[in-house]
Design a protein around this ligand. Structure first.
Ligand SMILES: [Mn+2]
Length: 503
């Protein structure tokens, strides 16, 4: 059952609980939920358990400046409803209190059975983002209350290593939309690191391990805040001979890590995802990223949860990643197609938008999608194509006219995150789908393609700075009418769009 905030108004006696040792994201999430309930005339308590009350100076400042009412408790009279935020009921970092009914709102990996309804979005960078989306879905504007906007912004900021590991477009939305109080944020930042944490960073730097063949570095730090990990990895990347690096710490429930890349041949976000594969989650940007690997999933793979073994595991994952990546620059030479087979494109229904319907010519706009942000300038002859999986790519009118024909069918978007464009000057957000129409992608002269059995990165002629990634099962394709035009087609798209040409 899909969860909505308005489901909560059927209850009167509500307690909101975040995890023990709350962080900024936990505090912001609880604060946002209590704010919503207050608007519905429900006075909810906001609590957390555990041995200690909040001590970190930036959090004390946050509670104080933003007037967050939160109680550290050891006992709780059983409420009608308990909502846990930024954590899941029954987890080891959440003191267990009895309640008539439990609802979970979180962004971590699901660790046990969830009560119904619940809302856990594991691909989000912060629980603040989940609250932002839930409030928006109720038609509420977080900027109505500057303290709320500041709290959510700071929650996202601290949970994503200063916005470097944003997992989802919704995270980027919150970062851009929140009209936060600048001096509050500056104040929290200025109280961000304790003297002890600076010592942790200093000690960690003595433990660097390097791989000279693939030019990466790894550092284990004592358990610390994610922004301290980020700080150490920023420095490690500056070392001569280090192109990518990982800094991590071992926590009670898993390994938290920060990734940096100083080469266009590796996207930090992709490396973070690769490192956490099967065992957690990772994401971020081209240069900065991060993630988390769960302890129980590491153990399930037969790897002991001990410093030495984790160090070896990460070293090996990085070595494997780098040794198995092939890099191709399109447009430089004609591909030898003897290993390829010819495929014919099937006629499929896709969507298109004429970009001048979204903004005036000459405007710089950013197209925000699940795959990332793309900057383009609006021109009369520019179209955006919405592909069979909801993937988005730009297309010039000339190519559009020779490869697509118009269709009267109403357009239905197949993707998960409805794309928006943002006017880079005014900051205005324009939804794309209301302007989308249907068209049919035609066959043309087809392609030569082969299925990949290893990771391949292709720099296309569209963008020589950012590569497209193909993994095992995806296809490497070459246009039949231009053998230098090499690109990647995702497995799911390929199977629905191409068929082998009969001899
Ligand atoms: Mn969080």
């Amino acid at each position: 059952m899909k969860f909505h905030l308005k489901d909560l108004i059927n209850y009167r006696d509500i307690v909101v609980q975040c995890h023990d040792n709350p962080d900024a994201d936990a505090l912001a999430s609880g604060y946002a939920l209590v704010w919503y309930l207050k608007k519905q005339d429900i006075d909810a308590r906001f609590v957390y358990g555990g041995k200690e009350a909040v001590q970190k100076s930036n959090l004390l400042k946050m509670i104080d400046d933003l007037q967050i009412t939160v109680e550290h408790i050891t006992e709780l009279p059983e409420p009608e409803l308990l909502v846990t935020v930024d954590c899941q009921y029954g987890e080891s970092n959440v003191t267990k209190f009895d309640a008539g009914k439990v609802i979970v709102i979180d962004h971590h990996r699901v660790s046990g059975e969830l009560p119904d309804p619940s809302d856990v979005r594991s691909n989000y960078g912060s629980c603040s983002t989940v609250l932002y989306e839930l409030l928006t879905a109720e038609g509420l504007d977080i900027n109505e209350n500057k303290r709320l906007a500041t709290a959510l912004y700071y929650g996202l900021m601290t949970d994503t290593d200063n916005f470097s590991s944003l997992f989802h477009p919704a995270d980027r939305d919150l970062r851009d939309v929140a009209k936060y109080d600048q001096s509050d944020i500056a104040g929290f930042r200025g109280a961000n690191m304790s003297k002890e944490e600076l010592t942790i960073a200093g000690k960690a730097m003595q433990n660097a391990v390097y791989n000279d063949e693939y030019r990466y570095g790894i550092i284990e730090a004592e358990p610390c805040d994610s922004n301290i990990l980020g700080l150490i990895s920023d420095m490690l990347l500056e070392v001569d001979g280090v192109d990518t690096c990982v800094v991590y710490d071992l926590l009670e429930d898993g390994v938290k890590f920060s990734v940096r890349s100083g080469t266009k041949n590796t996207k930090a976000s992709e490396l973070a995802k690769y490192i956490a594969d099967d065992m957690g989650g990772g994401g971020g940007h081209l240069i900065k990223a991060g993630g988390f690997i769960k302890k129980d999933l590491i153990r399930k793979k037969g790897i002991p949860y001990a410093a030495d073994d984790i160090g070896k595991m990460l070293y090996e994952r990085l070595r494997k990643y780098h040794s198995e990546s092939e890099i191709i620059y399109a447009g430089q030479k004609e591909e030898d197609i003897s290993m390829y087979r010819h495929y014919t494109k099937m006629e499929v229904s896709v969507g298109y938008v004429k970009v001048t319907d979204l903004a005036k010519p000459g405007t710089g706009i950013m197209i925000r999608t699940l795959e990332g942000d793309v900057d383009v300038e609006v021109e009369e002859d520019l179209y955006i194509i919405l592909g069979v999986d909801g993937e988005i790519y730009p297309c010039r009118q000339k190519k559009f006219e020779s490869n697509y024909r118009f269709s009267d069918a109403p357009y239905e978007y197949p993707g998960e995150y409805p794309p928006v464009v943002v006017d880079n000057v005014g900051g205005e957000r324009i939804p794309v789908l209301p302007h989308a129409k249907s068209c049919i992608a035609m066959g043309g002269s087809g392609i030569y393609a082969r299925e990949l059995d290893h990771r391949v990165k292709v720099f296309t002629t569209w963008d020589t700075e950012k590569y497209y990634l193909g993994e095992e099962g995806d296809y490497l394709a070459v246009r039949a009418d231009d053998l230098t035009d090499i690109y990647i087609i995702a497995k799911s798209v390929f199977e629905r769009t191409y068929r082998l040409t009969e001899e």
